[in-house]
Design a protein around this ligand. Sequence first.
Ligand code: ADP
Ligand code: MG
Length: 224
Amino acid sequence: MDAEFFRAWMTCAAEVVQAHRDHLTQLDAAIGDADHGINLARGFTAVRYTLEARDPAAGAPVMPGRILAVTGATLIAEVGGAAGPLYGIAFRRAGKSLGQAADVGLPALSAALGAALAGIQEIGAAREGDKTMVDAFTAGIRALGQAIAQGASPDEALSVLAQAASAAAIATIPLQALKGRASYLGPRSVGHQDPGATSAALILGALRDAARAVPLTAPGRAVR
Ligand code: ADP
Ligand code: MG
């Protein structure tokens, strides 16, 4: 997976966040302050502009790790609330984890997502089951690891990741929120899907969409 793939990931993420903007905001209206979709859509529009509109010759990022680092910095600058810093650190840590690699295999992607999750938990202190974006990241990364261990192709592994993250977002419905603004509602947060887990599932699901849009490569070999 090369820079083109990681650019496609961010383009697909921007599209899916935009398409679900009102849904994410409605979810946040139920257990938060109704800004999640609006904020994230603005943030990913800025990411897209930063990554696409800049002339590569004028310094647009050309390495996977740099693309994710620029994404993180842009989200921190553009997205308010809890989600801005949380997604910001996630992408920055993922970018740092990829380092200077020009072509990234599934294990390195898995490690980068693990670094993203560790960053989210470092500043947010949420654990799996607290009804936050951590639920979708944790389930997705776990499924990705299992798919890699079973020798899945990148297409298959990213589909499994997307499905697991989406299922985890839906599985937040019966949970009581223990972190973030929704936790102020106590038991009244039960029965609502968490907006951040939902957006995380969309963003992780965009990896699968990017794999469909861009022919995948792995270090030293073409995989399809
Ligand atoms: P705010 O609550 O500040 O308005 P957003 O609406 O942008 O922030 O994002 C809310 C989402 O952020 C929640 O649905 C939850 O998934 C996530 N979130 C909130 N607090 C935490 C935390 N401490 N750790 C992980 N995720 C969190
Ligand atoms: Mg909110």
